[in-house]
Design a protein around this ligand. Structure first.
Ligand code: EPZ
Length: 431
């Protein structure tokens, strides 16, 4: 894909975000825990979700589009096999969450190392630690993991880091193991809690305590229906778009999930109004706000998935800002691209120092992961002239249903085209 952004348009209006990709993916995986029908609503039409649906269809499910829009009825057509198709698993990180449910259902499972955005080493040791504690014997052969379990049992598991995926993996598996499993230092992201709500409706008992999740598993789980929470990262991306472009934007979302972002935008000098189900941002655009310090941390800290977009915003702030990334080891790929547009950013390990500049200028830049790509689009909204974001791997569409269309609905001027790779487009002087 290639996005051509004609900079300098202010953004005005309202927008409703789609369901959360990072909630929908584990919810879809959890449907493997039952043979009953599961009805899921508010599933976003993004690339990663489409891949997860394809994987489920290889694992004995039929995933039928239903009403209302963005709903799916997931039915079982045959019992799950024990292995997931490698070529699909390798397309996204969240596919690894199928490992535990497959072991819990079939007593054995085979899965390959997952793929996903290139933002660090992305080990799976905490997933394996959790599954081993629950009684699975796991061996690895090259990129493939084989698990076998005569009988799974509940366990007390401490996670060295509150990994979102490992917490979800263990929670799903434990939901199908009678008895009490405790996850300490568990991730407490809204997407993890959304999965807990689905598992409770399916018949598991889950108690959420500060830092801990207590799961009372059941021998069988049942069908149910569930509506996915709104996408807080998409919401945050649109709020930062309003901030950087200038204008008056209202995003319909769940404000409780965006407290760290709202507090930071307020601190930088934007006018933020929080309502029950929406957030409004009023901005005078580049140069009207100050710099600040951002530290990307596990929830409820500032979301790492909004860190690249924040870097674009801070590139046009008055004064010096710093960003520290504590979740992923390599998530500053947008810095060099923003520098091509005139930003002044120095990266030193996990910290980036940003000297605000008065203007960015449009040029050709490359997005190498979903959020870095989105950050460059946002920078293009505020840049002088034309910015072309080359997204040859289609990363942006893996995480956003229609980023360009949504921004155009607010007044942006973005053209989305299939990229003819390497045939770079030079900025033209379109008004
Ligand atoms: C989820 O990834 C999200 N993806 C990511 O969003 C998000 O950045 C991340 O959580 C953190 O919030 C989905 O939910 C599908 P983690 P996940 O396990 O679960 C280390 C996006 O742009 N770690 O919490 O893979 C890991 O290396 C994506 O939408 C281990 O060391 O994240 C990382 O440094 C990108 N061992 C940290 O923990 C493990 O076994 C956080 O990873 C697992 C993780």
């Amino acid at each position: 894909m290639k996005l051509t952004i004609y900079g300098g348009r202010r953004l005005f209006g309202d927008l409703k975000v789609e369901g959360a990709k990072n909630a929908a993916l584990p919810l879809l995986a959890a449907t493997l825990l039952t043979d009953d029908d599961v009805f899921l609503q508010n599933i976003p039409d993004v690339g990663d979700v489409r891949t997860m649906i394809q994987i489920l269809e290889h694992l004995g499910k039929r995933v039928e589009p239903a009403h209302p829009r963005d709903s799916y009825l997931i039915r079982t057509v045959e019992p799950p096999p024990s292995s997931a198709p490698e070529y699909l698993v390798r397309k996204l990180r969240a596919s690894f969450c199928l490992f535990g449910p497959l072991v819990a259902r079939t007593g054995k499972a085979q899965i390959s190392l997952p793929g996903g955005c290139p933002i660090g080493v992305r080990p799976v040791d905490l997933h394996l630690k959790g599954l081993r504690a629950l009684g699975a014997q796991i061996e690895s052969l090259g990129n493939l993991f084989h698990a076998q379990a005569e009988r799974l049992h509940p366990a007390e598991i401490y996670l060295d880091f509150p990994s979102v995926g490992a917490t979800e993996q263990i929670m799903m598996t434990a939901a199908l193991i009678p008895g009490r499993t405790v996850i300490s230092n568990a991730a407490q992201d809204p997407e993890v809690h959304d999965l807990a709500r689905l598992l409770i409706k399916m018949g598991a008992g889950i108690m959420i305590e500060p830092g801990r999740l207590i799961i009372e598993g059941a021998p069988h789980l049942q069908g149910t229906s569930h509506r996915v929470i709104p996408d807080r990262i998409a919401a945050g991306t649109f709020l930062i778009a309003g901030a950087i472009a200038g204008g008056d934007v209202t995003v319909h979302c769940q404000p409780l999930h965006l407290e760290a972002l709202m507090s930071k935008l307020d601190e930088l000098g934007f006018e933020i109004q929080e309502h029950v189900e929406s957030i409004r941002i009023i901005s005078e655009g580049p140069g009207s706000y100050g710099g600040g310090r951002v530290e990307a941390r596990p929830y409820p800290g500032f979301a790492t998935d909004l860190q690249p977009q924040m870097m674009a915003l801070l590139a046009l702030a008055r004064g010096t800002s710093t960003i520290k990334e504590t979740v992923w080891e390599s998530r500053f790929s947008q810095a060099a691209e923003l520098a091509q547009m005139g930003a002044r950013i120095r990266v030193d390990g996990a910290t980036a120092t940003i000297e605000g500049v008065e203007r960015l200028r449009g040029t050709v830049v490359r997005g190498s992961d979903t959020r870095a790509g989105a950050a460059l689009v946002l920078a293009g909204l505020a840049a002088e002239g034309v910015t072309t974001v080359i997204d040859s791997e289609g990363h942006i569409a893996r995480g956003y249903a229609d980023l360009a269309g949504a921004l155009n609905g607010l007044g942006a001027d973005i053209i989305l085209e299939e990229a003819s790779e390497e045939k770079e487009v030079v900025a033209s002087g379109r008004e």
